[in-house]
Design a binder for this molecule. Structure first.
Ligand SMILES: Cc1cc2nc3c(=O)[nH]c(=O)nc-3n(C[C@H](O)[C@H](O)[C@H](O)COP(=O)(O)O)c2cc1C
Length: 65
């Protein structure tokens, strides 16, 4: 299963956790920062992860039709 992990990470912990999850799932995975994320439509599974800073996630997203 082709899997995309999109990380909003300031200090790197979220990305490390994404790497652990990808390793354990054993899927064909790409782990990327949110600013570099490719088109999610190319993937079977998309996971979003973020650190929290001052009660806000470090990731912003929009949904387009
Ligand atoms: C300045 C600062 C503010 C934070 N604010 C919150 C918060 O409001 N709520 C929370 O649960 N964690 C908060 N945290 C903890 C971070 O979410 C946590 O360290 C997280 O692992 C950081 O993720 P990152 O390493 O991927 O950036 C804060 C950490 C820092 C340094």
């Amino acid at each position: 299963m082709k899997t995309l992990f999109v990380c909003g990470s300031r200090y790197g912990s979220t990305r490390v956790i994404g790497e652990w999850i990808a390793e354990r799932l054993g899927f064909d995975s790409l782990i990327t920062d949110v600013g570099d994320a490719p088109d999610p439509g190319e993937f079977d599974l998309v996971m979003l992860g973020s650190g929290i800073s001052n009660i806000s996630v470090l990731i912003r997203w929009t949904i387009s039709p």
